[in-house]
Design a protein around this ligand. Structure first.
Ligand SMILES: C[S@@+](CC[C@H](N)C(=O)[O-])C[C@H]1O[C@@H](n2cnc3c(N)ncnc32)[C@H](O)[C@@H]1O
Length: 160
């Protein structure tokens, strides 16, 4: 069997030259909203994000980052064949904004976007990423005051 590979460079919101309903499978790992290392990449695409973060408005920044990803999901939906599949590697974020530590649930926000497009979720892959940090906390026993469970996994969402 002969395979041909075509590389298309550009923003994932507009993949030029890929006809509608022509793709069987999309596999992707987007930047993760609210993970600090991706703030700059998101901020370049919508300046409101860095303003919201600086103002301590974490949930608003989270939502604007996801609205950028929503445009990518629309493009994936445009190119996927009916019954096509998409696999998305995404991790949730834990972050303190304005003295408020919380989980930003990226995987559930992405699932919601796909449900709006009529996709069906299939069993996902939980990708364990264990840490050796001495202060990690998981399991039974007394929860120390102010402690939180160490985040040690990412998701590979699978949708049809
Ligand atoms: C979590 S990393 C995934 C890296 C990838 N798995 C690899 O091995 O190169 C997310 C990548 O998405 C890129 N990115 C961010 N916004 C993008 C956009 N609008 N269109 C295409 N790529 C984008 C980032 O620059 C980064 O390289």
């Amino acid at each position: 069997m002969k395979t041909t590979v075509r590389v298309i460079a550009g923003a994932a919101q507009h993949v030029e030259g890929v006809p509608p309903h022509s793709v069987d499978l999309v596999v992707t790992s987007p930047p993760y909203p609210m993970i600090e290392m991706w703030d700059g990449v998101f901020g370049e695409q919508d300046s409101r994000i860095l303003e919201r973060l600086a103002a301590g408005r974490g949930l608003e920044a989270f939502e604007i980052m996801h609205s950028l990803l929503d445009s990518v999901w629309r493009e994936c939906d445009r190119v996927l064949k009916p019954g096509g599949m998409i696999c998305i590697n995404i991790g949730d974020a834990t972050r303190t904004v304005d003295s408020n530590f919380q989980l930003y649930s990226n995987h559930s926000r992405v699932l919601r976007a796909f449900f709006r497009h009529g996709y069906t979720a299939l069993p996902d892959i939980l990708w364990r990423k264990q840490t050796n940090a001495p202060n990690k906390f998981l399991g039974s026993g007394m929860l120390p005051v102010g402690a939180y469970v160490t985040y040690e996994h990412e998701y590979i969402l699978i949708l049809r």
